[in-house]
Design a protein around this ligand. Structure first.
Ligand SMILES: Nc1ncnc2c1ncn2[C@@H]1O[C@H](COP(=O)(O)OP(=O)(O)OP(=O)(O)O)[C@@H](O)[C@H]1O
Ligand SMILES: [Mg+2]
Length: 251
């Protein structure tokens, strides 16, 4: 493998007294798209949250960042969560949400012209028109919210992007564009991506490397081609392999 951006060694996470991750070893290649696959409850989201240091863990997660490889964390980690843990009825508009992230001064002072322009540019990157700035976050559809969250994750320019089923709720027409956008970002900016997906067609089209998680351990890792062709799917998904290899989400 080429140079690593993140190395994970003997990672253990225990939640609610239950071992969730049990000795995970993995490497995220710099500038590569690594797909993380596995059944519901196998620990995918927990692994992302450990990388974000949102859950306590033992073992090592080492970042080898930027020009100075001794720096402990990447320049910026973008994260699109599987589900939003904020109060869904929060009376925020998209402008407020982006404004909180984009400008340092308090929102009640209003949004400066440059910030307003940046917001529109960010929305345009996920094909949302400027009029979306006025939309209340609580009224967005699932797919629209995912796109706003991706826009948020793109500012400032991330060095590592953690995407937890980012296209969940996005319609077929936009899903392909969504992944093309992510792959394009990877090509043009060199951002390293860890992508949780249940969709093997997405994995085989866009990922450079695949990690299969099973019961909190890395069951196998391989190229997407090897994953699709080989026995790895059967090992990871058991009887559900058939559903997975026919491009249906494993649920
Ligand atoms: N805070 C918590 N306390 C106790 N158990 C937890 C906690 N968070 C997650 N778990 C458990 O850890 C296991 C792994 O959860 P995780 O969300 O990482 O799975 P996942 O692979 O992302 O699944 P999915 O495909 O459904 O998103 C599950 O059994 C879940 O119930
Ligand atoms: Mg999950």
């Amino acid at each position: 493998m080429n140079q690593a951006l993140v190395t994970i060694r003997d990672l253990h996470v225990t939640l609610g007294g239950q071992p969730i991750l049990r000795g995970v070893n993995a490497t995220l290649g710099r500038g590569r798209i690594t797909a993380l696959i596995g059944l519901n409850g196998s620990g995918k989201t927990t692994l992302l949250r450990a990388i974000l240091k949102e859950v306590p863990y033992t073992g090592r997660i080492d970042f080898h960042c930027g020009h100075d490889h001794r720096r402990p964390t990447p320049q910026h980690v973008g994260y699109v969560p599987q589900k939003l843990n904020i109060e869904a009825r929060l009376p925020l508009t998209v402008r407020d949400l982006l404004g909180l992230a984009l400008q340092r001064r308090p929102l009640f002072l209003g949004v400066g012209r440059r910030t307003a322009r940046e917001m529109e540019d960010l929305l345009a990157r996920v094909w949302l028109p400027p009029s979306f700035l006025e939309r209340p976050v609580e009224k967005l559809s699932g797919g629209e919210l995912q796109r706003v969250l991706l826009a948020l994750a793109l500012h400032p320019q991330p060095e590592l992007l953690l995407l937890d089923e980012p296209a969940a709720g996005i319609d077929f027409q936009h899903e392909e564009k969504f992944y093309d956008l992510i792959a394009g970002l990877n090509r043009t900016t060199g951002v390293t991506i860890l992508l949780v997906s249940h969709d093997i067609s997405v994995v085989s089209k866009h990922a450079h490397h695949v990690l299969c998680l099973k019961d909190g351990q890395v069951q196998c890792e391989a190229s997407p081609q090897e994953i699709v062709a080989g026995e790895m799917l059967a090992q990871t998904f058991g009887a559900e392999k058939a559903a997975f290899s026919h491009h249906h989400p494993v649920r």
